[in-house]
Design a protein around this ligand. Structure first.
Ligand SMILES: [Zn+2]
Ligand SMILES: [Zn+2]
Length: 395
């Protein structure tokens, strides 16, 4: 099932199914039932349909790292059994001594719910953007002429499912440990540190986590770490909502554990912590969706989806996630007069004079594939015909 340039991938995938090839990817259910879903969908008023789609993105975000089970435990501790304190077995390495009593009753619900949401909600989102609007990509897609091949779609869902398994396992270990009274610095009673500190935690945790992920991401773009780990996530030059969890297991665990550390080192109320985490997960899906989403007026810090789409198209540039200022601050924000590709490391690209004519031609070709509708004003990275001519002449 090889994708050809003029086709859009979907037809070929369906041909594969008609040809009775077994497709292990559960998400294709939404392609199979396209007609039925469309019929129901048309009955809904547009505003309701839009709300359902946004809520679906949010629920997928909540499920992708299995963090929902941690929130569940904090809710129990906040409103009910705060005195949960399992008896501690003094022998080493028993589940009790590690405060992991009843671990299985955390683990399997975490996996079942997380994977169920991934397939169910993920399939719906796939249908909503990639099936329903497949015939008019120029209206909504960041790179309208290019689609992820069916092989890569499968690859990202398989890899994404595997990292989901690992992340959900870590989340259930943490939640079980915290439920059983294991050490952590989370507090529940707002009056313990006052309202001012409670409210300040929203921006503080958000800024701390986002700046940390900027650096983690930038470090994973250093040649050694990139080639051995992060390159896997960059197989998807046209990312989709499923690319967000499709990262190397080592990198995925590293990020999850690093982001969880504040729960053990600073007095943190669970609510601002998870509000910030879910905001980031929601935008992780939006930013990888390949759809030309714009941020809202109340999010002046938030880049539009094309910002991270550019990161996938041009590789070593735009490392930030939810605050694009970090790239501006450190000189890794994409520039019109620079050339970027997978072999140009360190985030600053190369000046036009220092690249070969092939590199320049490839970069100019990439720019043609971008959708002007993904930007707010006219294409900020498009060179005028005159500029292109003089550049080509100078080579
Ligand atoms: Zn990257
Ligand atoms: Zn990405």
């Amino acid at each position: 099932m090889k994708k050809n340039k003029t086709n859009n991938g979907k037809t070929e995938k369906l041909q594969g199914q008609n040809g009775k090839t077994f497709d292990p990817m559960a998400l294709t259910w939404s392609e199979r039932y396209d007609e039925q879903i469309s019929k129901v969908w048309k009955l809904l008023p547009e505003s309701v349909a839009k709300i359902i789609a946004s809520v679906a993105v949010f629920i997928l975000g909540v499920s992708i790292n299995g963090d929902w089970i941690l929130v569940w435990v904090h809710l129990i501790k906040q409103f009910g059994h705060r005195s949960v304190n399992a008896t501690v077995d003094s022998r080493w390495f028993t589940l009790e001594s590690l405060r992991l009593n009843n671990f299985l009753s955390f683990w399997w619900p975490s996996l079942v719910v997380s994977y169920g949401l991934y397939v169910g909600i993920g399939g719906f989102i796939h249908w909503y953007y990639y099936i329903r609007q497949r015939d008019r990509p120029e209206e909504w897609k960041c790179q309208p002429q290019k689609w992820l091949s069916p092989e890569l779609e499968k690859h990202e869902i398989l890899l994404g499912s595997f990292t989901l398994f690992l992340n959900a396992t870590v989340s259930s270990l943490l939640s079980c440990y915290i439920y059983n009274g294991g050490y952590c610095t989370v507090y529940y009673d707002i009056s313990e540190y006052g309202w001012l500190y409670f409210i300040l935690q929203f921006p503080l945790i958000f800024i701390y986590q986002d700046y940390l992920t900027y650096w983690l991401h930038r470090i994973y773009h250093l040649p050694f770490l990139y080639k051995n780990f992060h390159k896997l996530h960059h197989k998807y030059k046209q990312p989709t909502a499923f690319s967000v969890t499709a990262i190397h297991p080592v990198e995925s665990l590293h990020i999850q554990i690093t982001l969880a550390t504040p729960l053990f080192f600073a007095p943190i109320h669970w609510f601002p912590f998870y509000a910030s985490a879910f905001y980031a997960y929601y935008h992780g899906i939006i930013d990888h969706s390949g759809v030309n989403f714009k941020s809202f007026w109340w999010q002046p810090w938030q880049p539009d989806a094309i910002f991270h789409d550019n990161h996938h198209q041009y590789f070593h540039v735009n490392f930030a996630f939810n605050i694009s200022f970090w790239d501006k601050l450190h000189g890794t924000y994409r520039r019109k007069d620079r050339v970027y590709n997978e072999d140009i490391f360190y985030g600053t690209g190369k000046t036009v004079d220092s690249v070969t004519s092939e590199e320049l031609a490839a970069d100019l070709e990439e720019r043609e594939l971008e959708n002007p509708l993904a930007y707010r004003a006219e294409m900020p990275f498009k060179l005028s015909d005159k500029e292109v001519k003089s550049l080509r002449k100078s080579k």
